[in-house]
Design a protein. Structure first.
Length: 79
C-alpha cells in the first residue's frame, strides 16, 4: 500500500488567490510564530524548493508553505 500523506512542520505561508489584470499573482501573506505539524496529502504537492513547499489549496488556489527542516529530508520521504 502506498503512502497518501506526508508529515511536515509548516509555518508562515502565502496564499495565491489568482491573478490581477496585469497577470500578477494576488498573494495573501500569513505570518505565524513557529512551525506546527501538518499531514499533507501527497496529491496536493506541486513542488518543493529550499524554502517552500507548494500545494493545492481550496477553490483552485495555491499555497506556498515555509517548512522546518531540509529539502533532502522531504525528498527522502517523497521518493
Amino acid at each position: 500500500m502506498s503512502k497518501r500523506f506526508i508529515e511536515l512542520k509548516l509555518g508562515s505561508h502565502q496564499i495565491v488567490h489568482g491573478f490581477d489584470d496585469q497577470n500578477k499573482e494576488i498573494i495573501e501573506e500569513v505570518t505565524v510564530d513557529g512551525f506546527n505539524k501538518k499531514l499533507v496529502n501527497l496529491d496536493r504537492i506541486k513542488s518543493v524548493s529550499e524554502k517552500f513547499i507548494l500545494t493545492d489549496y481550496a477553490h483552485g488556489r495555491w499555497i506556498y508553505w515555509e517548512y522546518e527542516g531540509d529539502i533532502n529530508e522531504i525528498q527522502e520521504q517523497l521518493l
